[in-house]
Design a protein. Structure first.
Length: 273
């Protein structure tokens, strides 16, 4: 069976320019509703990758995301949100994009076509067999990502992948491939749409599940979150009041700010009790 790029197939909709705004929005929303259904079908594959990541990270390893364009940016977003959300150190989850940091804001022409550069970029972080590298590419054909995963495999580094075409070359290069086939895009080939949404959902699932496995969540609370703004401080105070059954807001706030996190504040309070 030959490889088919479903992500490049013609949209189910024609003459978009003739639609009313309401029709455009309704039809985009209609297509978007199919994405969670596609993600649900690959939960067993996501579970296997999460287990592999958790094992490596519990042993001191790191998680890398690699991609180009939208896929690379989504990886960077997920990686950058782990420290403030779960209180882990910067550098534990790392996002790498073809073309470097400049490509986060502006496309770097042909950067994704360099099959050798992905591994070179990983080497800057001294990637080892302790780590896990996930390649992200909607098409599943991006040379920058495929080349990096192939080299990782040669070096004994565990790999995963996320793409939106079945039987993609990227999947063949990964130890734990995930293929979320969402079908043609509303605007033909615009994989920042359904494919991007699918990748974002899977990344949310991976990082959240891994962090829970690492003990960074208690009950359903972000007890290790960084207190980096007033909103998060207020959230932390309310967590602490509930957890310790404190009635005084300012008392809980003082305890929280001195400790630096909800978890540490609970530990300190327990010592005083």
């Amino acid at each position: 069976m030959s490889f088919v790029r479903v992500t490049e197939q013609t949209s189910h909709y024609r003459h978009l320019e003739k639609m009313t705004v309401a029709e455009i929005l309704t039809n985009i929303n209609k297509e978007d509703q199919t994405v969670p259904q596609a993600v649900a079908k690959v939960i067993p594959q996501i579970e296997k990758l999460v287990a592999a990541i958790a094992d490596k990270m519990l042993a001191g390893g790191r998680l890398f995301y690699m991609g180009a364009g939208t896929s690379g940016r989504l990886g960077i977003v997920d990686a950058s949100e782990c420290p403030p959300t779960f209180g882990v150190p910067h550098g534990l989850v790392i996002g790498i994009i073809a073309g470097g940091d400049a490509a986060i804001r502006k496309a770097v022409e042909f950067a994704e076509d360099d099959r050798e550069q992905g591994w070179k970029d990983l080497q800057e972080f001294n990637v080892t067999e302790k780590d896990v590298v996930i390649g992200i590419a909607a098409s599943g054909t991006t040379p920058y990502v495929i080349g990096a995963l192939q080299k990782c495999r040669q070096e004994g580094v565990v790999t995963g992948s996320i793409c939106c075409n079945a039987g993609a070359p990227l999947s063949a290069a990964a130890d734990y491939p995930i293929e979320v086939v969402v079908g043609p895009e509303f605007v033909t080939g615009s994989t920042r749409m359904k494919s991007g949404t699918a990748q974002k959902l899977v990344l949310n699932m991976i990082s959240t599940a891994v962090m829970i496995q690492l003990g960074r969540v208690e009950d359903n609370k972000m007890v290790n979150m960084q207190l980096s703004n007033d909103k998060l401080v207020d959230r932390g105070v309310k967590m602490l009041m509930e957890k310790l059954q404190l009635s005084e807001y300012e008392t809980a706030k003082d305890l929280l700010l001195k400790a630096g996190s909800v978890r540490k504040a609970v530990e300190e309070y327990s010592k005083m009790a």
